[in-house]
Design a protein around this ligand. Structure first.
Ligand SMILES: Nc1ncnc2c1ncn2[C@@H]1O[C@H](COP(=O)(O)OP(=O)(O)OP(=O)(O)O)[C@@H](O)[C@H]1O
Ligand code: SF4
Ligand SMILES: [Mg+2]
Length: 354
């Protein structure tokens, strides 16, 4: 006798984070983030890349509920699932956010010093987070803080506990911030350019630390970076943003080996000088449209070597190119590992400087 379909179907991996059709508006009418959708599952690391101004930080800040003054979520939804029913984050009150931010979602940013109080020792700042977030009594909070400092690779953690932010190096401060970010055992960690200001050796150590937290605790991580080597080494999947939109979304190895969107292809081309040890996003000829510019079709068309009249006629939706891999492009995708589509590129993109 055949088994009912619900018993034979493999259980779905529920996303920890769902971002669905997110729009962010700046100054009341300028749409800086458009229809951004993605998910993160437990223990997954997703890289978010794109040129400066493409909307990466506004996307992260929407998930954290800390958009700058004048910016607001104007459409879509953000939900956290964890082990229970989804918690809708869009529209939470300030008090409701306090139960989520720092507890269920942790964050680390580029400049750790600016997120720490300069006049309080780093140990007290972490212990305070543990007391408020986890309800630990004073001595237990102290002991847990020392444990966490050890876990994030700080030597002499008891000594570090009593130090002020100005007494620590940038790498040590970033470790302190990571300890604070994970202290309440969040489901999700957002790292917005968290390793950008660090030298290569410290950056590698911090990435290794984040990797350890993912495997040991199942922490889902959204990693914003300008460094494609970080994506290659640390991320299962990559999201590529351009002019406020996600233009490509797929498994890292697949996207890097066979980019399906001409923008990703261009990013990889300009980053391809040297080795994978440090491939930062280079400069692609031309410029992105002004933030919020309303265009009838593809937002990359002015810089695209493959643009046709069809590309600018109507909005271009994300389309599946291969399993788990989507791109916002009308050009047919090539085979995995191959160079691309059916159209022969012209030597220079439209509008590129001579
Ligand atoms: N506080 C703000 N006020 C006005 N405009 C803003 C504000 N924050 C962001 N923007 C605009 O929204 C767009 C997206 O900004 P965002 O900070 O998300 O970019 P980003 O991709 O993180 O860039 P970067 O790589 O430089 O950090 C930019 O054009 C930016 O000018
Ligand atoms: S839709 Fe057309 S213009 Fe846009 S990226 Fe694809 S080929 Fe280029
Ligand atoms: Mg940013």
């Amino acid at each position: 006798m055949s088994r009912p379909a619900e018993l034979t179907t493999r259980p779905r991996v529920l996303p920890v984070l769902t971002v669905d059709g997110l729009d962010v508006t700046v100054g009341g009418s300028v749409q800086a983030v458009r229809d951004v959708s993605f998910t993160l599952t437990r223990g997954e690391a997703v890289g978010l890349v794109g040129e400066s101004g493409s909307g990466k930080s506004l996307t992260c800040r929407s998930v954290l509920g800390v958009l700058p003054v004048g910016c607001e979520v104007s459409g879509g939804r953000v939900a956290l699932a964890g082990d229970g029913a989804p918690t809708e984050l869009t529209g939470l009150s300030r008090t409701q956010w306090n139960a989520v931010r720092g507890r269920r979602v942790g964050a680390v940013f580029q400049d750790p010093a600016s997120y720490l109080n300069p006049s309080i020792t780093v140990g007290r700042q972490l212990a305070e987070q543990l007391r408020v977030g986890r309800g630990l009594p004073r001595s237990a909070a102290h002991d847990r803080a020392v444990e966490l400092f050890t876990a994030v690779g700080l030597h002499r953690p008891e000594e570090v506990f009593h130090q002020y932010p100005h007494e620590l190096s940038g790498g040590m401060l970033q470790r302190v911030l990571i300890a604070i970010a994970v202290s309440c055992e969040p489901e999700l960690l957002i790292a917005d350019e968290a390793t950008t200001a660090l030298d290569v050796v410290i950056q590698a150590e911090i990435l290794e630390l984040l990797q350890g937290l993912r495997t040991e605790r199942g922490l889902a991580t959204l990693l914003v970076t300008h460094d494609l080597a970080v994506v290659a080494e640390a991320c299962d999947r990559v999201l590529v943003m351009y002019a406020g939109e996600i233009v490509e979304d797929g498994p890292t190895a697949d996207v890097l080996a066979a980019p399906a969107h001409p923008y990703t292809e261009a990013l990889l081309r300009v980053a391809s000088i040297g080795t994978w040890s440090r491939r930062e996003l280079g400069v692609i000829p031309g410029a992105p449209p002004e933030t919020g510019a309303e265009l009838p079709g593809c937002r990359f068309a002015d810089r695209c070597a493959y643009a046709t009249a069809q590309c600018t006629a109507a909005p271009v939706a994300l389309r599946t190119v291969r399993e788990g891999h989507r791109a916002r492009c009308l050009r047919p995708a090539g085979p995995p590992g191959g160079a691309g589509g059916a159209t022969t590129p012209s030597p220079e993109p439209a509008g590129a400087p001579a």
